[in-house]
Design a protein around this ligand. Structure first.
Ligand code: ADP
Length: 440
Protein backbone atom coordinates (compact mmCIF):
# COMPACT_ATOMS: atom_id res chain seq x y z
CA UNK A 1 0.00 0.00 0.00
CA UNK A 2 1.18 3.50 -0.67
CA UNK A 3 1.59 6.01 2.09
CA UNK A 4 -1.42 8.19 2.65
CA UNK A 5 0.54 11.11 4.00
CA UNK A 6 1.96 14.01 2.00
CA UNK A 7 -0.84 13.74 -0.43
CA UNK A 8 0.37 15.41 -3.58
CA UNK A 9 -2.25 13.89 -5.82
CA UNK A 10 -5.30 13.87 -3.63
CA UNK A 11 -8.45 12.96 -5.46
CA UNK A 12 -10.86 12.93 -2.58
CA UNK A 13 -14.00 15.02 -2.86
CA UNK A 14 -13.02 16.58 -6.15
CA UNK A 15 -15.96 18.49 -7.61
CA UNK A 16 -15.95 20.18 -10.94
CA UNK A 17 -16.71 19.31 -14.50
CA UNK A 18 -16.22 15.66 -13.60
CA UNK A 19 -18.82 15.38 -10.94
CA UNK A 20 -19.20 12.12 -9.11
CA UNK A 21 -20.04 11.19 -5.57
CA UNK A 22 -17.44 10.22 -2.96
CA UNK A 23 -18.95 6.86 -2.23
CA UNK A 24 -19.63 6.09 -5.83
CA UNK A 25 -16.20 4.91 -6.90
CA UNK A 26 -16.66 3.01 -10.14
CA UNK A 27 -20.19 3.54 -11.34
CA UNK A 28 -21.82 6.62 -12.70
CA UNK A 29 -18.65 8.68 -13.19
CA UNK A 30 -19.10 11.05 -16.07
CA UNK A 31 -15.43 11.61 -16.83
CA UNK A 32 -11.99 10.26 -16.05
CA UNK A 33 -9.11 12.64 -15.36
CA UNK A 34 -5.91 11.19 -16.69
CA UNK A 35 -2.27 12.00 -16.60
CA UNK A 36 0.12 10.67 -19.24
CA UNK A 37 3.89 10.87 -19.10
CA UNK A 38 4.51 9.45 -22.57
CA UNK A 39 4.26 11.06 -25.96
CA UNK A 40 3.25 8.28 -28.29
CA UNK A 41 0.43 5.88 -29.13
CA UNK A 42 -0.86 5.79 -25.57
CA UNK A 43 -1.33 9.55 -25.67
CA UNK A 44 -3.48 9.19 -28.83
CA UNK A 45 -5.55 6.40 -27.31
CA UNK A 46 -6.19 8.33 -24.11
CA UNK A 47 -7.14 11.47 -26.01
CA UNK A 48 -9.64 9.59 -28.13
CA UNK A 49 -11.30 7.84 -25.23
CA UNK A 50 -14.82 9.26 -24.80
CA UNK A 51 -15.02 11.56 -21.82
CA UNK A 52 -11.46 11.21 -20.59
CA UNK A 53 -9.86 14.53 -19.77
CA UNK A 54 -6.15 15.17 -19.60
CA UNK A 55 -4.71 16.90 -16.54
CA UNK A 56 -1.35 18.60 -16.64
CA UNK A 57 1.34 19.19 -14.04
CA UNK A 58 0.06 18.75 -10.50
CA UNK A 59 -3.60 18.42 -11.40
CA UNK A 60 -5.61 15.72 -9.66
CA UNK A 61 -6.00 12.50 -11.60
CA UNK A 62 -7.92 9.26 -11.56
CA UNK A 63 -5.69 7.42 -13.99
CA UNK A 64 -1.97 7.75 -14.60
CA UNK A 65 0.01 6.21 -17.45
CA UNK A 66 3.44 7.15 -16.17
CA UNK A 67 6.98 6.18 -17.00
CA UNK A 68 9.05 4.25 -14.48
CA UNK A 69 11.08 7.38 -13.65
CA UNK A 70 7.94 9.16 -12.47
CA UNK A 71 7.00 6.11 -10.45
CA UNK A 72 10.37 5.99 -8.71
CA UNK A 73 10.16 9.60 -7.64
CA UNK A 74 6.49 9.86 -6.73
CA UNK A 75 4.94 6.57 -5.75
CA UNK A 76 5.97 6.65 -2.11
CA UNK A 77 4.25 9.94 -1.40
CA UNK A 78 1.17 9.80 -3.54
CA UNK A 79 -2.17 9.29 -1.89
CA UNK A 80 -4.55 7.26 -4.01
CA UNK A 81 -8.25 6.91 -3.55
CA UNK A 82 -10.00 3.61 -4.06
CA UNK A 83 -10.86 4.07 -7.74
CA UNK A 84 -7.49 5.46 -8.86
CA UNK A 85 -5.32 3.37 -11.22
CA UNK A 86 -1.65 3.54 -12.24
CA UNK A 87 0.16 1.48 -14.87
CA UNK A 88 3.02 0.01 -12.83
CA UNK A 89 3.50 -1.95 -9.67
CA UNK A 90 5.90 -0.22 -7.37
CA UNK A 91 8.73 -2.77 -7.61
CA UNK A 92 7.99 -3.97 -11.15
CA UNK A 93 11.77 -4.29 -11.64
CA UNK A 94 11.75 -7.61 -9.76
CA UNK A 95 10.52 -9.11 -13.02
CA UNK A 96 11.74 -6.59 -15.56
CA UNK A 97 15.39 -6.21 -14.66
CA UNK A 98 17.44 -8.98 -16.27
CA UNK A 99 19.37 -10.05 -13.15
CA UNK A 100 16.40 -9.89 -10.78
CA UNK A 101 14.14 -11.84 -13.12
CA UNK A 102 16.65 -14.68 -13.20
CA UNK A 103 17.23 -14.52 -9.45
CA UNK A 104 13.49 -14.82 -8.81
CA UNK A 105 13.08 -17.61 -11.34
CA UNK A 106 15.96 -19.61 -9.86
CA UNK A 107 14.55 -19.29 -6.34
CA UNK A 108 11.06 -20.24 -7.53
CA UNK A 109 12.44 -23.28 -9.32
CA UNK A 110 14.41 -24.37 -6.27
CA UNK A 111 11.33 -24.10 -4.07
CA UNK A 112 9.30 -26.07 -6.58
CA UNK A 113 11.89 -28.83 -6.56
CA UNK A 114 11.84 -28.95 -2.77
CA UNK A 115 8.04 -28.96 -2.51
CA UNK A 116 6.85 -30.73 -5.66
CA UNK A 117 9.85 -32.63 -7.01
CA UNK A 118 12.14 -32.55 -10.01
CA UNK A 119 9.56 -33.02 -12.74
CA UNK A 120 7.50 -30.05 -11.64
CA UNK A 121 10.64 -27.92 -11.24
CA UNK A 122 11.71 -28.82 -14.78
CA UNK A 123 8.66 -26.89 -16.03
CA UNK A 124 10.79 -23.82 -15.28
CA UNK A 125 13.56 -24.80 -17.68
CA UNK A 126 12.64 -22.01 -20.05
CA UNK A 127 15.31 -19.42 -19.35
CA UNK A 128 18.88 -19.77 -20.63
CA UNK A 129 21.55 -20.44 -18.00
CA UNK A 130 22.39 -16.99 -16.62
CA UNK A 131 24.79 -15.47 -14.08
CA UNK A 132 24.83 -12.02 -12.54
CA UNK A 133 28.20 -10.35 -12.89
CA UNK A 134 30.31 -9.53 -11.06
CA UNK A 135 28.66 -11.23 -8.03
CA UNK A 136 28.40 -14.72 -9.58
CA UNK A 137 31.58 -14.52 -11.58
CA UNK A 138 33.12 -17.68 -10.11
CA UNK A 139 29.99 -19.76 -10.66
CA UNK A 140 29.89 -18.44 -14.19
CA UNK A 141 33.50 -19.45 -14.87
CA UNK A 142 32.81 -22.98 -13.60
CA UNK A 143 29.88 -23.34 -15.98
CA UNK A 144 31.77 -21.69 -18.80
CA UNK A 145 34.62 -24.19 -18.47
CA UNK A 146 32.21 -27.12 -18.61
CA UNK A 147 31.38 -26.49 -22.27
CA UNK A 148 34.35 -25.00 -24.05
CA UNK A 149 33.66 -23.28 -27.35
CA UNK A 150 30.04 -22.40 -26.63
CA UNK A 151 28.73 -18.90 -27.18
CA UNK A 152 27.64 -16.54 -24.41
CA UNK A 153 25.93 -13.18 -24.48
CA UNK A 154 26.74 -10.34 -22.11
CA UNK A 155 23.97 -7.86 -21.30
CA UNK A 156 23.85 -4.82 -19.04
CA UNK A 157 21.02 -5.40 -16.56
CA UNK A 158 19.35 -2.04 -16.66
CA UNK A 159 19.74 -1.04 -20.30
CA UNK A 160 17.40 -1.80 -23.16
CA UNK A 161 17.15 -1.74 -26.95
CA UNK A 162 20.23 -3.91 -27.35
CA UNK A 163 22.56 -1.28 -25.86
CA UNK A 164 25.85 -2.56 -24.45
CA UNK A 165 25.22 -6.18 -25.53
CA UNK A 166 27.92 -8.37 -27.05
CA UNK A 167 28.64 -12.05 -27.69
CA UNK A 168 31.78 -13.92 -26.65
CA UNK A 169 33.38 -17.36 -26.64
CA UNK A 170 36.57 -16.84 -24.70
CA UNK A 171 36.95 -15.75 -21.10
CA UNK A 172 39.74 -13.48 -22.16
CA UNK A 173 37.18 -11.53 -24.19
CA UNK A 174 35.55 -10.30 -21.01
CA UNK A 175 38.86 -9.95 -19.19
CA UNK A 176 40.27 -7.77 -21.93
CA UNK A 177 37.06 -5.95 -22.14
CA UNK A 178 37.02 -5.19 -18.39
CA UNK A 179 40.52 -3.76 -18.50
CA UNK A 180 40.89 -2.49 -22.01
CA UNK A 181 40.55 1.25 -22.12
CA UNK A 182 40.70 1.25 -25.89
CA UNK A 183 37.33 -0.46 -26.24
CA UNK A 184 34.16 1.38 -27.20
CA UNK A 185 32.38 3.66 -24.77
CA UNK A 186 29.58 1.11 -24.39
CA UNK A 187 31.95 -1.62 -23.33
CA UNK A 188 33.93 0.61 -21.01
CA UNK A 189 30.77 1.13 -19.02
CA UNK A 190 31.31 -2.31 -17.49
CA UNK A 191 34.10 -1.04 -15.27
CA UNK A 192 31.77 1.53 -13.73
CA UNK A 193 28.36 -0.11 -13.78
CA UNK A 194 29.48 -3.71 -13.32
CA UNK A 195 25.94 -5.00 -13.36
CA UNK A 196 25.72 -7.36 -16.24
CA UNK A 197 24.33 -10.79 -16.88
CA UNK A 198 26.28 -13.43 -18.76
CA UNK A 199 23.82 -15.75 -20.44
CA UNK A 200 24.13 -18.82 -22.61
CA UNK A 201 23.49 -17.79 -26.17
CA UNK A 202 20.75 -19.74 -27.99
CA UNK A 203 23.03 -21.02 -30.72
CA UNK A 204 20.38 -22.76 -32.80
CA UNK A 205 17.46 -20.38 -33.08
CA UNK A 206 14.46 -21.21 -35.22
CA UNK A 207 15.06 -19.52 -38.57
CA UNK A 208 12.63 -18.31 -41.20
CA UNK A 209 14.26 -17.54 -44.56
CA UNK A 210 17.58 -17.97 -42.78
CA UNK A 211 16.79 -15.18 -40.34
CA UNK A 212 16.53 -15.14 -36.58
CA UNK A 213 13.54 -13.54 -34.87
CA UNK A 214 12.07 -13.14 -31.43
CA UNK A 215 8.48 -12.72 -30.30
CA UNK A 216 6.88 -9.83 -28.47
CA UNK A 217 3.86 -10.92 -26.47
CA UNK A 218 1.71 -8.74 -24.22
CA UNK A 219 0.55 -9.85 -20.81
CA UNK A 220 -1.56 -7.65 -18.57
CA UNK A 221 -1.54 -8.20 -14.81
CA UNK A 222 -4.40 -6.61 -12.90
CA UNK A 223 -3.58 -8.18 -9.54
CA UNK A 224 -0.76 -10.20 -7.97
CA UNK A 225 -2.69 -11.41 -4.94
CA UNK A 226 -4.64 -13.24 -6.16
CA UNK A 227 -2.77 -13.45 -9.45
CA UNK A 228 -4.96 -12.27 -12.32
CA UNK A 229 -3.31 -12.15 -15.74
CA UNK A 230 -4.58 -11.56 -19.28
CA UNK A 231 -2.94 -12.55 -22.55
CA UNK A 232 -3.37 -10.40 -25.66
CA UNK A 233 -4.16 -12.17 -28.95
CA UNK A 234 -1.95 -9.90 -31.06
CA UNK A 235 1.79 -9.62 -30.86
CA UNK A 236 4.55 -9.87 -33.40
CA UNK A 237 7.82 -11.44 -34.45
CA UNK A 238 10.85 -9.17 -34.96
CA UNK A 239 13.28 -10.37 -37.59
CA UNK A 240 16.92 -9.74 -38.08
CA UNK A 241 17.65 -8.37 -41.54
CA UNK A 242 20.81 -10.47 -41.96
CA UNK A 243 21.01 -14.25 -42.48
CA UNK A 244 22.01 -16.03 -39.28
CA UNK A 245 25.40 -17.61 -38.84
CA UNK A 246 27.57 -18.41 -35.84
CA UNK A 247 30.74 -17.61 -37.72
CA UNK A 248 30.52 -13.87 -37.11
CA UNK A 249 29.51 -13.19 -33.53
CA UNK A 250 30.28 -9.48 -33.72
CA UNK A 251 27.48 -8.58 -36.13
CA UNK A 252 24.70 -7.08 -34.02
CA UNK A 253 22.34 -6.90 -37.01
CA UNK A 254 22.51 -10.67 -37.26
CA UNK A 255 22.21 -11.56 -33.58
CA UNK A 256 20.06 -8.87 -31.95
CA UNK A 257 16.49 -8.71 -33.18
CA UNK A 258 15.50 -5.45 -31.45
CA UNK A 259 13.71 -3.13 -33.88
CA UNK A 260 15.80 -0.25 -32.52
CA UNK A 261 18.93 -2.12 -33.65
CA UNK A 262 17.57 -3.35 -36.99
CA UNK A 263 16.36 0.12 -37.91
CA UNK A 264 19.93 1.39 -37.96
CA UNK A 265 21.17 -1.31 -40.39
CA UNK A 266 22.48 0.25 -43.62
CA UNK A 267 20.11 -1.87 -45.75
CA UNK A 268 17.01 -1.49 -43.53
CA UNK A 269 13.90 -0.92 -45.62
CA UNK A 270 11.27 1.00 -43.61
CA UNK A 271 8.57 -0.03 -46.10
CA UNK A 272 9.21 -3.73 -45.53
CA UNK A 273 10.13 -3.31 -41.85
CA UNK A 274 11.20 -6.36 -39.89
CA UNK A 275 7.95 -7.57 -38.31
CA UNK A 276 5.37 -10.27 -38.79
CA UNK A 277 2.11 -10.13 -36.92
CA UNK A 278 1.63 -13.07 -34.52
CA UNK A 279 -1.29 -14.38 -36.63
CA UNK A 280 1.00 -14.62 -39.66
CA UNK A 281 3.63 -16.46 -37.66
CA UNK A 282 1.11 -18.89 -36.20
CA UNK A 283 -0.25 -19.64 -39.69
CA UNK A 284 3.26 -20.15 -41.05
CA UNK A 285 4.24 -22.53 -38.26
CA UNK A 286 0.96 -24.45 -38.49
CA UNK A 287 1.40 -24.94 -42.25
CA UNK A 288 4.94 -26.16 -41.69
CA UNK A 289 4.66 -28.29 -38.55
CA UNK A 290 0.97 -29.05 -38.11
CA UNK A 291 -1.57 -27.86 -35.58
CA UNK A 292 -0.56 -30.15 -32.76
CA UNK A 293 3.05 -29.06 -32.62
CA UNK A 294 2.10 -25.41 -32.73
CA UNK A 295 -0.45 -25.86 -29.97
CA UNK A 296 2.23 -27.46 -27.83
CA UNK A 297 4.49 -24.48 -28.53
CA UNK A 298 1.81 -21.98 -27.53
CA UNK A 299 1.00 -23.98 -24.40
CA UNK A 300 4.67 -23.86 -23.50
CA UNK A 301 4.54 -20.11 -23.87
CA UNK A 302 1.51 -19.90 -21.56
CA UNK A 303 3.56 -21.87 -19.07
CA UNK A 304 6.34 -19.27 -19.32
CA UNK A 305 3.98 -16.35 -18.72
CA UNK A 306 2.26 -17.90 -15.72
CA UNK A 307 5.36 -19.32 -14.04
CA UNK A 308 7.38 -16.15 -14.45
CA UNK A 309 4.57 -14.18 -12.81
CA UNK A 310 4.30 -16.74 -10.03
CA UNK A 311 8.04 -16.45 -9.46
CA UNK A 312 7.58 -12.83 -8.34
CA UNK A 313 4.12 -13.14 -6.84
CA UNK A 314 5.39 -12.98 -3.28
CA UNK A 315 7.94 -10.30 -4.02
CA UNK A 316 5.90 -7.73 -5.91
CA UNK A 317 4.14 -5.30 -3.64
CA UNK A 318 0.54 -5.94 -4.51
CA UNK A 319 -1.59 -2.83 -4.68
CA UNK A 320 -5.14 -2.64 -5.94
CA UNK A 321 -4.38 0.66 -7.67
CA UNK A 322 -1.78 -0.92 -9.94
CA UNK A 323 -1.80 -2.84 -13.15
CA UNK A 324 1.07 -3.64 -15.47
CA UNK A 325 1.26 -4.26 -19.20
CA UNK A 326 4.33 -6.44 -19.72
CA UNK A 327 6.08 -6.99 -23.01
CA UNK A 328 7.52 -10.52 -23.05
CA UNK A 329 10.46 -11.33 -25.34
CA UNK A 330 10.49 -14.98 -26.36
CA UNK A 331 12.98 -16.71 -28.62
CA UNK A 332 12.24 -20.02 -30.36
CA UNK A 333 14.98 -22.54 -30.93
CA UNK A 334 15.18 -24.94 -33.84
CA UNK A 335 13.19 -27.55 -31.90
CA UNK A 336 10.36 -25.03 -31.45
CA UNK A 337 11.14 -24.70 -27.78
CA UNK A 338 10.33 -21.20 -26.49
CA UNK A 339 12.92 -19.44 -24.30
CA UNK A 340 12.22 -16.46 -22.07
CA UNK A 341 14.71 -13.72 -22.89
CA UNK A 342 13.30 -10.74 -21.08
CA UNK A 343 10.20 -9.06 -19.66
CA UNK A 344 9.73 -5.33 -20.29
CA UNK A 345 7.81 -3.01 -17.98
CA UNK A 346 7.55 -0.32 -20.61
CA UNK A 347 7.14 -2.14 -23.90
CA UNK A 348 7.61 0.32 -26.71
CA UNK A 349 4.40 1.83 -28.02
CA UNK A 350 6.26 3.71 -30.71
CA UNK A 351 4.85 2.40 -33.99
CA UNK A 352 7.11 1.20 -36.79
CA UNK A 353 4.34 1.18 -39.44
CA UNK A 354 0.63 1.90 -39.87
CA UNK A 355 -0.20 -1.77 -39.15
CA UNK A 356 1.93 -1.66 -36.03
CA UNK A 357 0.25 1.57 -34.92
CA UNK A 358 -3.20 0.04 -35.32
CA UNK A 359 -2.19 -3.05 -33.38
CA UNK A 360 -0.79 -0.96 -30.55
CA UNK A 361 -3.93 1.18 -30.46
CA UNK A 362 -6.08 -1.97 -30.17
CA UNK A 363 -3.84 -3.30 -27.42
CA UNK A 364 -3.94 -0.07 -25.42
CA UNK A 365 -7.68 0.46 -25.88
CA UNK A 366 -8.31 -3.05 -24.63
CA UNK A 367 -5.94 -2.48 -21.71
CA UNK A 368 -8.14 0.45 -20.73
CA UNK A 369 -11.22 -1.71 -21.27
CA UNK A 370 -9.90 -4.34 -18.83
CA UNK A 371 -8.79 -1.74 -16.28
CA UNK A 372 -12.34 -0.44 -16.62
CA UNK A 373 -12.25 3.03 -15.14
CA UNK A 374 -15.76 3.50 -16.53
CA UNK A 375 -17.19 0.64 -14.47
CA UNK A 376 -18.73 -1.17 -17.44
CA UNK A 377 -17.63 -4.71 -16.55
CA UNK A 378 -18.97 -7.17 -14.01
CA UNK A 379 -15.50 -8.43 -13.01
CA UNK A 380 -16.41 -11.98 -14.09
CA UNK A 381 -15.39 -11.64 -17.75
CA UNK A 382 -13.06 -14.20 -19.28
CA UNK A 383 -12.53 -12.11 -22.35
CA UNK A 384 -12.40 -8.37 -22.96
CA UNK A 385 -11.70 -7.39 -26.59
CA UNK A 386 -8.39 -8.93 -27.60
CA UNK A 387 -7.54 -9.99 -24.04
CA UNK A 388 -8.24 -13.49 -22.76
CA UNK A 389 -8.12 -14.17 -19.05
CA UNK A 390 -5.23 -16.61 -18.68
CA UNK A 391 -4.93 -16.98 -14.92
CA UNK A 392 -7.36 -16.08 -12.15
CA UNK A 393 -5.92 -17.49 -8.95
CA UNK A 394 -5.70 -20.70 -10.95
CA UNK A 395 -5.92 -21.75 -14.60
CA UNK A 396 -8.81 -20.42 -16.66
CA UNK A 397 -10.48 -22.78 -19.12
CA UNK A 398 -12.50 -22.11 -22.25
CA UNK A 399 -16.26 -22.33 -22.00
CA UNK A 400 -16.41 -25.00 -24.69
CA UNK A 401 -15.04 -27.91 -22.73
CA UNK A 402 -14.30 -30.71 -25.19
CA UNK A 403 -15.64 -34.13 -24.57
CA UNK A 404 -12.93 -36.45 -25.82
CA UNK A 405 -13.69 -39.76 -27.44
CA UNK A 406 -12.55 -41.54 -24.28
CA UNK A 407 -15.36 -39.80 -22.48
CA UNK A 408 -13.08 -37.83 -20.19
CA UNK A 409 -13.32 -34.09 -20.01
CA UNK A 410 -10.55 -32.12 -21.66
CA UNK A 411 -9.98 -28.67 -20.29
CA UNK A 412 -8.44 -26.26 -22.75
CA UNK A 413 -6.62 -23.14 -21.64
CA UNK A 414 -8.46 -19.90 -22.29
CA UNK A 415 -5.66 -18.39 -24.40
CA UNK A 416 -5.66 -17.47 -28.08
CA UNK A 417 -2.28 -15.95 -28.86
CA UNK A 418 -1.93 -15.49 -32.61
CA UNK A 419 -5.59 -16.42 -33.24
CA UNK A 420 -8.27 -14.24 -34.80
CA UNK A 421 -8.76 -11.02 -32.88
CA UNK A 422 -12.42 -10.18 -33.52
CA UNK A 423 -12.35 -7.75 -30.66
CA UNK A 424 -14.82 -5.20 -31.97
CA UNK A 425 -17.60 -7.74 -32.30
CA UNK A 426 -16.86 -9.06 -28.83
CA UNK A 427 -16.72 -5.60 -27.29
CA UNK A 428 -20.06 -4.64 -28.84
CA UNK A 429 -21.64 -7.65 -27.15
CA UNK A 430 -19.84 -7.18 -23.87
CA UNK A 431 -19.75 -3.54 -22.99
CA UNK A 432 -22.41 -1.22 -21.88
CA UNK A 433 -22.07 2.10 -23.71
CA UNK A 434 -19.80 4.66 -22.11
CA UNK A 435 -21.72 6.27 -19.25
CA UNK A 436 -22.04 9.63 -20.98
CA UNK A 437 -23.35 7.96 -24.14
CA UNK A 438 -26.47 6.82 -22.31
CA UNK A 439 -27.50 10.42 -21.99
CA UNK A 440 -27.12 11.16 -25.69
P1 ADP B 1 17.48 -5.49 -24.43
O1 ADP B 1 16.77 -5.22 -23.15
O2 ADP B 1 18.67 -4.62 -24.61
O3 ADP B 1 16.56 -5.53 -25.62
P2 ADP B 1 17.46 -8.40 -24.57
O4 ADP B 1 17.77 -9.30 -23.45
O5 ADP B 1 16.03 -8.30 -24.97
O6 ADP B 1 18.08 -6.95 -24.25
O7 ADP B 1 18.32 -8.86 -25.82
C1 ADP B 1 18.32 -8.18 -27.04
C2 ADP B 1 18.26 -9.16 -28.19
O8 ADP B 1 19.40 -10.03 -28.15
C3 ADP B 1 17.06 -10.08 -28.13
O9 ADP B 1 15.95 -9.49 -28.74
C4 ADP B 1 17.57 -11.31 -28.88
O10 ADP B 1 17.44 -11.14 -30.27
C5 ADP B 1 19.04 -11.33 -28.53
N1 ADP B 1 19.31 -12.21 -27.37
C6 ADP B 1 19.28 -11.87 -26.07
N2 ADP B 1 19.59 -12.90 -25.26
C7 ADP B 1 19.79 -13.95 -26.09
C8 ADP B 1 20.15 -15.32 -25.87
N3 ADP B 1 20.37 -15.81 -24.64
N4 ADP B 1 20.30 -16.12 -26.96
C9 ADP B 1 20.10 -15.64 -28.20
N5 ADP B 1 19.76 -14.37 -28.47
C10 ADP B 1 19.62 -13.52 -27.43
Amino acid sequence: MVSTSMSKYKTSGYKGSCDYGKSDEREGRSCVRYKCGLLNTIQDVLRQRPNWVEVKDDGEWDFNWCDVGWLRENFGHTYMEEHVRINHFRNHYELTRKNLMVKNLKRYQKNLERDMGRVEASRCDFFPCTFALPSEYHLFVEEFNRSPGSTWIMKPVAKSQGKGIFLFRKLKDIMDWKKDGTRSEEQKDFAQVENYVAQRYIEKPYLINGRKFDLRVYVLVTSYVPLKAWLYRDGFARFSGTRFSLSSIDDKYMHLTNVSVQKTAPDYDPEKGCKWQMQQLRRYLTAKHGREMVETLFKEMDNIFVRSLQSVQKVIINDKHCFELYGYDILLDQNLKPWLIEVNASPSHTPSSQEDYEMKCRLLEDTLNVVDMEGRLTGKEKRVGGYDLMWNDGPVYREDVNLQTSGSLCFTANTHLGCVNDREKQLRRLLKPFPYQKKV
